[in-house]
Design a protein around this ligand. Structure first.
Ligand code: 13P
Length: 236
């Protein structure tokens, strides 16, 4: 059984989101995999209700580290919990690169998510330059050490998403992903799912899932259309 997580990023109106769930639900039921969707805040409550009775789990793409407060535009863990989100992406490279999120900030979010009963899906990964400079292992170790400091690293998931592979059509090889998973595994318990993300599509998904180090996938653009997502979640 693989853990297959779609990350919708900043896509889909409510109507589009609901139509997607209706299309995917019967396929998800047959799939035998764990199916999760990280959706925009605006769709969480509606999709949690829509996905009741299916095996699709709904989560968020971000949250703030504070419990509550005067933070205009931010969303707290308990608010996510309140609308039924079961997991949250933390430390996605788009958050790190476009919104300046640091490992220390992400670490506080991981703590907050865990104490609020929401499972963190921590994202880590190196830039192209770091890989070219043979720094991948060191970068991953720093991100994992700092993002997981003081956390009980058992009730979470980790995604290795090399930045050069995100949205580029240039996926890592399963071998590269498996090497990164070995590094990640030394930081988390045996049962923590380790996922690969970055240009996963219905053609290459199987090659990752065949590798026993890789427990699942974090899928961006190929999770946006029901057809391509259906193909991926139907893989055995
Ligand atoms: P793509 O699958 O579109 O490359 O995006 C990957 C990603 O960022 C998932 O979180």
């Amino acid at each position: 059984m693989a853990v297959l997580v779609g990350n919708w990023k900043m896509y889909k109106t409510l109507d589009q989101a609901e139509a997607f769930i209706d299309q995917i639900a019967p396929i998800a039921k047959e799939s035998g995999n764990k199916i999760m969707l990280a959706v925009p805040y605006t769709a969480i409550k509606t999709l949690v209700e829509r996905a009741k009775g299916t095996n699709i789990v709904i989560g968020a793409q971000n949250m703030n580290d504070a419990s509550e407060g005067a933070f205009t535009g931010e969303v707290a863990a308990l608010m996510l919990k309140d609308v039924g989100a079961e997991f949250v992406l933390l430390g996605h490279s788009e958050r790190r690169q476009l919104f300046g999120e640091t490992n220390a900030f992400i670490n506080r979010k991981v703590h907050r998510a865990l104490e609020s009963g929401i499972m963190p899906l921590l994202c880590v990964g190196e830039t192209y330059e770091e890989r070219q400079g043979n720094q991948t292992e060191e970068v991953l170790k720093t991100q994992l050490t700092e993002c997981l400091a003081g956390c009980d690293a058992k009730s979470l998931m980790v995604a290795y998403e090399p930045i050069w592979a995100i949205g580029t059509g240039l996926a890592a090889t399963p071998q590269m992903a498996a090497e990164a998973m070995k590094v990640c595994r030394t930081f988390v318990g045996d049962t923590v799912p380790l996922l690969y993300g970055g240009s996963v599509n219905s053609e290459n998904a199987k090659s990752f899932l065949e590798n026993k180090e890789i427990n699942g996938l974090l899928i961006g653009s190929a999770s946006l259309t029901a057809d391509s997502f259906a193909k991926i979640i139907s893989l055995k």
